[in-house]
Design a protein around this ligand. Sequence first.
Ligand SMILES: Cc1cc2nc3c(=O)[nH]c(=O)nc-3n(C[C@H](O)[C@H](O)[C@H](O)COP(=O)(O)OP(=O)(O)OC[C@H]3O[C@@H](n4cnc5c(N)ncnc54)[C@H](O)[C@@H]3O)c2cc1C
Length: 256
Amino acid sequence: MNQASHHVVVVGAGFGGLEFTRALAGAPVRITMIDKRNHHLFQPLLYQVATTALATSEIAWPVRHLLRKRKDVTTLLANVVGVDRAGKRVLLDDGSSVAYDTLVLATGARHAYFGHDEWEPFAPGLKTLEDATTVRRRILLAFEQAELEADPVKRQALLTIAIVGGGPTGVELAGTIVELAHDTLHGEFRNIDTRETRVVLIEAGDRILANFAPKLSDYAGKALERLGVTVELGRAVTLCDAEGVVFGDKHLAAKT
Ligand SMILES: Cc1cc2nc3c(=O)[nH]c(=O)nc-3n(C[C@H](O)[C@H](O)[C@H](O)COP(=O)(O)OP(=O)(O)OC[C@H]3O[C@@H](n4cnc5c(N)ncnc54)[C@H](O)[C@@H]3O)c2cc1C
């Protein structure tokens, strides 16, 4: 039992919360780590779960297990809904609270839709394991529905996947979805040719990977086109619904 009197509460066992806790090893404090999920998630590989390359268990580890050797750390599975700064307590959703001397909030970020929250049902985010398995399920079910679809126009819409946003996640997803369709699934269906799948990456700016050097954007764009991805630049998506997306004056029929 750790007898240190100074109590540090860390909310969030992502990279931030875990690294902070690691850095406090040996300090004269006792730590309570609170996370609303029982696992730490390696978000950079979510796209691999979304595209069937990895299983969920390969990118998530129980927080309790990760911290098992740290006798100074107590791990709690709980949802923090508020902070009472005057009373120095974090408030949990079951109505209880945890007292702290020092509080570290490392709760991460959420995805956003640039003011278009109505798009969420058609285009889930990619921040949690549930998001990744939702994306995976939708992609795989689109192929299954295309296999059953007799109408060639509807079939093509089922075999068209639109990705909005040419940042690192959009680029990684585009590359792996096209590999899944053109290589991994090729030969497993009888009524469709999965190599006819269209993956369209739509970026409002004038290049993908805008945070990288222009020559790397250019290289990535050419590599994606070689793989079979269509890269659309310079037009923002203005509508996204169950039938597809609109960017500029173009409507792209895409069920995923
Ligand atoms: C798809 C994707 C790909 C990425 N690729 C890369 C990459 O290649 N390289 C790179 O450097 N970065 C990458 N990132 C970014 C990187 O993953 C984040 O910067 C990093 O995870 C942020 O760490 P964090 O600790 O701030 O938050 P998070 O890792 O999000 O952790 C926050 C934690 O807080 C918990 N939490 C939230 N709210 C509450 C609450 N109310 N109560 C209790 N617990 C709560 C959550 O359950 C979570 O465990 C990627 C991110 C995504 C989504």
